[in-house]
Design a protein around this ligand. Structure first.
Ligand SMILES: Nc1ncnc2c1ncn2[C@@H]1O[C@H](COP(=O)(O)OP(=O)(O)OP(=O)(O)O)[C@@H](O)[C@H]1O
Ligand SMILES: [Mg+2]
Length: 271
C-alpha cells in the first residue's frame, strides 16, 4: 500500500501547489510511482504548474460522482512515466466533494501508487480537512513570517485532531517544509530565522526551499522546478526533501549560508 501525504498550510500562497508538484516529480525521478491529487480550485492550480491544463478531461469530482472511472481522470506526465495527476474541478461546486467519495478515491490510489500526494486548499475549511483526512504524512508548508507560522500552528492542531490517524489514536507523521526562505532578509531581521520557526512549531524540518526566480520561471513554463531546472538550489532542496520523506537522514543546509543548520545551532550553543 502506498503512503498518503497531505501538503497543507493555514495561510494561502505559501507554496503548497509548487511544492506538491516539485516533491511529486522529485519522487518520480527516483522511480517511485506517484500521483498528485488536486483538492483545490485556485488560481494557480496543480494542472497549470504541472503543464497539463490542456489535457484535463475528467477530474476528482467526476470520479466521485461516477461520471468517469478513476483511470479516465488520471493524466500521465509527459516527461516522467511514473508521475500522474488527478486534477480538480474548475467549475463544479465544492460541496460535491463528499467524505465517502474522497475515502474511496484515496483507497483506490493507494493500491496502485507508492505515493499519493494531496495538494490542499489553504485555510481550515472543509476542503482542507478532507484533503488531510486520510493522510499518513503531513508536509506543513510555511514561510518564514509570523502570520504563516501562526497559521501553520493551527493546522498542526487540526492534523492532531481531525484526521483518521488522530481518531484512531495513531501518530501523524508531520514535517515542516520552509519555503521562500531568503537568508539575506532573515539576517536583516525582515524575516524569521530558521531557528525561530523551529522553536515555535517544533516539528521536524524536511527541507528549506530558497526564494528563487527559478521556481517562478519553472511554474511559468508548466514544469516542476526539479524537472525544469534540476541544478538550481530550489530543485536541489526539493530533491533532498524527497530523500528525507523516503527515510534518509541528511543534514539540512540553510540556502545562502555556508554552514549547515546543525553547525549553526552548535556554534550558537558553544558561544
Ligand atoms: N521558492 C519560491 N521562490 C519564489 N516564488 C515561489 C516559491 N515558491 C512558491 N513561489 C510562488 O509563490 C506563489 C504561490 O505559490 P503556490 O501557488 O504554490 O502557493 P499555494 O500555497 O499553493 O497557494 P494557495 O494557498 O493559493 O493554493 C506562486 O506565484 C509561486 O510561483
Ligand atoms: Mg495551491
Amino acid at each position: 500500500m502506498g503512503k498518503v501525504i497531505v501538503v497543507t498550510s493555514g495561510k494561502g500562497g505559501v507554496g503548497k501547489t509548487t511544492s506538491t508538484a516539485a516533491l511529486g516529480a522529485a519522487l518520480a525521478q527516483r522511480n517511485e510511482k506517484v500521483v498528485v491529487v488536486d483538492f483545490d480550485v485556485g488560481l494557480r492550480n496543480l494542472d497549470l504548474v504541472m503543464g497539463a491544463e490542456r489535457r484535463v478531461v475528467y477530474d476528482l469530482i467526476n470520479v466521485i460522482q461516477g461520471d468517469a472511472k478513476l483511470p479516465q481522470a488520471l493524466i500521465r506526465d509527459k516527461r516522467l512515466e511514473t508521475l500522474f495527476l488527478l486534477p480538480a474541478s474548475q467549475t463544479r461546486d465544492k460541496d460535491n466533494l463528499t467524505a465517502e467519495g474522497v475515502e474511496w478515491v484515496i483507497g483506490e490510489l493507494k493500491r496502485y501508487f507508492d505515493w499519493v500526494i494531496c495538494d490542499s486548499p489553504a485555510g481550515i475549511e472543509r476542503g482542507a480537512t478532507l484533503a488531510m483526512r486520510h493522510a499518513d504524512i503531513a508536509v506543513v508548508v510555511t514561510n518564514p513570517e509570523v502570520s504563516s507560522v501562526r497559521d501553520s500552528d493551527r493546522i498542526i492542531g487540526l492534523l492532531d485532531s481531525k484526521t483518521l490517524k488522530a481518531e484512531r489514536g495513531e501518530r501523524m507523521e508531520k514535517h515542516l517544509l520552509l519555503t521562500r526562505y531568503d537568508a539575506a532578509r532573515a539576517e536583516r531581521g525582515d524575516m524569521l530565522k530558521v531557528e525561530d520557526v523551529l522553536e515555535i512549531l517544533s516539528i521536524p524540518l524536511v527541507g528549506i526551499i530558497p526564494e528563487s526566480t527559478d521556481v517562478l520561471r519553472a511554474s511559468n513554463i508548466g514544469a516542476p522546478v526539479t524537472l525544469a531546472d534540476a541544478r538550481s538550489a530550489a530543485a536541489q532542496a526539493y530533491f533532498e526533501a524527497a530523500r528525507r520523506l523516503c527515510g534518509e537522514t541528511l543534514p539540512v543546509t540553510i540556502p545562502g549560508e555556508k554552514r549547515g543548520l546543525f553547525g549553526k545551532i552548535f556554534a550558537r550553543r558553544a558561544a
